[in-house]
Every structure is written in structure tokens, then in C-alpha cells.
Design a protein around this ligand. Structure first.
Ligand code: PGA
Length: 248
């Protein structure tokens, strides 16, 4: 039985004060939450979040990392550095990284491998753009994004990873994929993995992301292949985030 994972992706939001208020409220509401919960925060706040969440039911992580271990990479952050701050998760291949920072499937696969090599759990984001959906190539795009990781790290690596299906057209737009639309892609992903390794497919957590909020989380999370959420905007409001966590 897969346990649901609800992870907040704060993106480039937060202040020391706001984070403290948000996390205090989240921690106070965790008693009724059955899902696993995590927050992926901007790098400068990792120390704060580690101090605040250590020993609690809420795990933490980062939103990106370098594929390189160390060296002359000005402005980059390594997996080992994330380990220094107790991270459990790191998001790799978020569509904003792919679209704005030009991260290719190959780079994302390197980041995924580097994260696992350091003992971090990568949350691998995949998803199609609106035009790709309109062209009916969603499965090809998502399949290609996953294949890049499989080619480098193999299917067994998915025992220590999470996949987040995030249709790009649903991220930050207020337009959520319908439960049927999301379930169809989740089933495609799990089926693709099942063809390689049934045990891994059954235990793989596949999150949905893209305008998931308190009002639509229960319906999405009730789908058989949706095992949690990667939450952007709604993760910045404690009541909204907690409502999603409780829906899981
Ligand atoms: P959103 O973002 O919930 O604000 O749509 C999700 C994400 O980008 O991970």
C-alpha cells in the first residue's frame, strides 16, 4: 500500500518571518494528517527549516541542485550541501527549470542520479505543455522525460524516487487537470514502469501537481494512481496546505 506524499514547493517565496509563521501553523495542524508531508524551500532557508522541523512529522528538501559534486560552478548548490541541512527530498526537472533555465532531459537525468548518489530522494517532475497536449503527444513527452532517467539510472532507481506529473498548462494557472485527465497520465506512467518491473511500479509514489488546492485535492487524490501532490501556491497558506494534506 502506497502512502501518499504531499510536498509543498514554495518556489521563490518566503521570508524568515513568514516561514516561521507558516511552519508553526502547519506543525500545529499535523495531528490528523495521515499522508507524508514535506516542504521544498529556497536554499537560504534550509537551515531555518531544518531547525524548525527536525524531529517533526514534516520532512524538508530543496527545489533544485547541481548535477556536479563540487567545483567552479558559481551560484550552484550540490547534493552534499543539501545533505548538510538534513534534506530528504530534492525536486529535479521542474517545468520552470526546464523552460526558464533550459534544463534538458539529459541534465535532469544527471541531477536525479547525483541526488540519489548522495542519498537524497529526487522528486522527478514530468509533464506536457498545452500545445503538446493539443497535439496529443502527452504520453510521448512524459515517456521521453522518464526514459532519460531510466537510461541513466535504471528502473531500480525508482525504488528511491518520487515522480510528480505536472501538466505545464496547470501550473500556477488555476486550471487543474480533471481527475480523469490526471489519472490517465498517472496510469500511463505506472504502466510504463510496470512493463519493466511490477514491484517497483506498485510501490512508486506518483504525485500530481498543477493548481491542486483544498477544493479539488480530495477528488484528485481519490484516483487509484494519484499518490499525493506537489503543491505550489496553496503550500504558502497553512490552512490550504493542511487541507490538502488531510485530503490525502
Ligand atoms: P501550483 O504549482 O500548485 O502553484 O500550480 C505546482 C508546482 O509548480 O509544483
Amino acid at each position: 500500500m502506497r502512502r501518499k506524499l504531499v510536498a509543498g514547493n514554495w518556489k521563490m517565496h518566503g521570508t524568515l518571518t513568514d516561514n516561521d509563521v507558516l511552519l508553526t501553523a502547519v506543525l500545529a495542524g499535523m495531528a490528523d494528517v495521515k499522508a507524508q508531508v514535506a516542504v521544498c524551500v529556497p536554499f537560504p532557508y534550509l537551515a531555518q527549516v531544518q531547525a524548525k522541523l527536525a524531529g517533526s512529522a514534516v520532512a524538508w528538501g530543496a527545489q533544485n541542485m547541481s548535477q556536479h559534486a563540487k567545483g567552479a560552478y558559481t551560484g550552484e548548490v550540490s547534493a552534499a550541501m543539501l545533505n548538510d541541512f538534513g534534506c530528504r527530498y530534492v525536486i529535479v526537472g521542474h517545468s520552470e527549470r526546464r523552460a526558464i533555465y533550459g534544463e534538458t532531459d539529459a541534465v535532469v537525468a544527471e541531477k536525479y542520479a547525483a541526488a540519489q548518489a548522495a542519498g537524497l530522494i529526487p522528486i522527478l517532475c514530468v509533464g506536457e505543455t498545452l500545445s503538446e497536449r493539443e497535439e496529443c503527444i502527452t504520453e510521448q513527452v512524459v515517456g521521453r522525460q522518464i526514459d532519460a532517467v531510466l537510461a541513466k539510472s535504471g528502473v531500480a532507481s525508482l525504488a528511491k524516487a518520487v515522480i510528480a506529473y505536472e501538466p505545464v498548462w496547470a501550473i500556477g494557472t488555476g486550471v487543474t487537470a480533471s481527475p480523469d485527465q490526471a489519472q490517465a497520465v498517472h496510469a500511463f506512467i505506472r504502466g510504463k514502469i510496470r512493463a519493466l518491473d511490477a514491484g517497483i511500479a506498485d510501490s512508486l509514489v506518483i504525485q500530481y501537481g498543477g493548481s491542486m488546492k483544498a477544493g479539488n485535492a480530495a477528488e484528485l487524490l481519490a484516483q487509484p494512481d494519484i499518490d499525493g501532490g506537489l503543491i505550489g501556491g496553496a503550500a504558502l497558506v497553512a490552512d490550504d496546505f493542511l487541507a490538502i494534506c488531510k485530503a490525502g
